[in-house]
Structures are given as C-alpha cells and as structure tokens.
Design a protein around this ligand. Structure first.
Ligand SMILES: Cc1cc2nc3c(=O)[nH]c(=O)nc-3n(C[C@H](O)[C@H](O)[C@H](O)COP(=O)(O)O)c2cc1C
Length: 270
C-alpha cells in the first residue's frame, strides 16, 4: 500500500546512476513475474546509452532517463488486463527501491524501442517505463503534461464505487479493509488519468466494470483502457493480500447487470 501511495509519474530524471545492486534486485523481481505468467510476457530492460540500440526517444516527454523497462506480449496471449496487472507489480517494486517510473503507452518511438528490445514476429510491444531517480526540478513538458491530464486529482469515490443492492454510491463506513482496497484503486494511475474503472459491491463480491472513454486513444491499435483495468485489479488484490485476505478473480457467466457505456470485466470473490 505504501508503494501505491508513494508512486507517481516521474518524467524528469537526475544523472544519478542506478547501482548494480538495485538493478540486480529489479531484474530478479522481473524474472519472477515473467515466470509466474509462464512466458506470456517479456519485460526486458533497455539501455539508451547502449550504442547498438536505436535512438529510443520519447518525443521529449521523458528527460534524463537511461534505462527503460519494456512490456512485451506474445501475439497469441494478448491479455492486456494481465499485462496491466503484471507491469504494475514491476512499477510498484521499482517504487519500493526508490526508483521513479512513468507508464508510457503512447508517447514513445515504438519501432525504435521494439528494435532495441529485439522484438520478434510473435510479439507485440505494448508499453514501457523509464526507471531512475527523480530530479527535483521538473521539466516544462512534465509540468504541462501533469496539468493537461489533471494528474494531481482523482474522481470522487461516489463516481467510482457503487452498492449493488440499491445502485447508490457505496458507503465506505463498515467496509473495513475493503475501503482501503477501493481507495488504492481510486488513487492508481490510468492512461491520461481517465480513471475508467467502476466497481459494484454485491455482498462479499466486488464486480469490476470498464467505462470506456468514447473515442479515446483511437490511434493506438490496442485497447489501452484494459491496461488501466489490470492496474486497478492489481491495487485491489495487493491491498487485500497485505491484510491476509485472498479472494479469487473470476469472470462470472451469470448475467451481471451493466449500464450504458459500461462493460463487465471480472469479479473479485471472497
Ligand atoms: C496505461 C497507461 C499509459 C500511459 N501513457 C502515458 C504516455 O504515453 N505518456 C505520458 O506522459 N504518460 C502516460 N501515462 C501516465 C498518466 O498520464 C498518469 O498515470 C496519470 O496522469 C496520473 O498521474 P500519476 O501517475 O502521477 O498519478 C500513462 C499511464 C497509464 C496507466
């Protein structure tokens, strides 16, 4: 939870090098995550200073970062919710090591990154994040981007979480640890800070819905808001696991009522 609260996008990095020890810890963690998904995903770290790499630019969005972690998916395992979940685990682990990160789904030169990560024909390059130490002076681009996406604010609890029994906003009183888990979803990152996740509580079950932003990110040929969903599920589950609560995630086949503009995704069941 601490890392979820500490994390924010960092787009301006200092010269301070990442020590071999820290890099090693991150690589070991990444290897474990890759293993837990049986090779569906690959998360290589690429070095922008490696002269054999193509110029890996971010259109000036990211300044000063040397290393980038990449999120690559096998074509036949295009599960963007799982990609969001697993990549967020890496982002949060990097945060625990004191490293800055910034999810990038759009503003980077995808083909150069792909070449540098030795992308094969069977794979797709989806996202990346710089890693490094935050510089205290933010670049003007970073200041402008945070303003544009209103990155310092989040939707109200009442716009996001609902009570299935009466379709009213969920009352956080009496929810105990679930109130914390929902709050960790609320403060999470999402592409352009659109916050497309909605959650409906039905007794001890929590149903996750995606309320897509119309016409958003049409130029990307993947559904970026599914990644946001994976991040939300990650924050929800990690918070509950920290408190010793293990549920399961399941797509129920029963008719789960949704509303206009929303899509039922998954349920968390105790
Ligand atoms: C899936 C995803 C894709 C993102 N893509 C970009 C991007 O291409 N460029 C960028 O500058 N920020 C990107 N962001 C960062 C968001 O703008 C940022 O998370 C949001 O504004 C909230 O700010 P915070 O991360 O500081 O809490 C992305 C975030 C997510 C979750």
């Amino acid at each position: 939870m601490k890392n979820i609260e500490r994390r924010k996008s960092v787009r301006t990095y200092s010269e301070k090098e990442i020590s071999l020890e820290i890099k090693d810890q991150l690589e070991q963690f990444i290897a474990k995550v890759e293993e837990s998904y049986q090779g569906k995903f690959r998360f290589p770290i690429i070095d922008s200073k490696d002269s054999s790499n193509n110029k890996i630019g971010t259109y000036g969005v990211i300044k000063g970062a040397r290393y980038f972690v990449c999120g690559i998916v096998k074509n036949d395992a295009m599960d963007l919710i799982e990609l969001g979940y697993s990549f967020e685990q890496i982002i949060l682990f990097a945060t625990s090591l004191g490293l800055g990160t910034c999810w990038l789904g759009g503003t980077f030169e995808r083909s150069n990154f792909a070449k540098s990560a030795n992308l094969t024909q069977e794979e797709r390059f989806i996202v990346t994040t710089p890693i490094g130490y935050e510089k205290s002076d933010k670049s003007l681009t970073e200041i402008a981007m945070r303003k544009l996406a209103k990155s310092d604010s989040r939707k109200d609890w009442t716009e996001l979480f609902f009570d299935g029994e009466n379709s009213k906003p969920l009352d956080r009183k009496g929810l105990g640890v679930f109130a914390e888990a929902l709050e960790m979803v609320r403060i999470g990152p999402s592409a352009s800070n659109k916050q497309p996740w909605r959650i409906v509580k039905n007794a001890s079950r929590y149903d996750f819905f995606l309320e897509r932003t119309p016409d958003y990110a049409k130029s990307l040929n993947f559904d970026i808001q599914l990644i946001d969903m994976g991040i939300a599920l990650c924050h929800f589950e990690l918070t509950l696991k920290e408190q010793g609560l293990e549920g399961k995630l399941e797509k129920l086949s029963a008719n789960i009522p949704s509303w206009d503009g929303s899509e039922y995704i998954l349920s968390w069941i105790l």
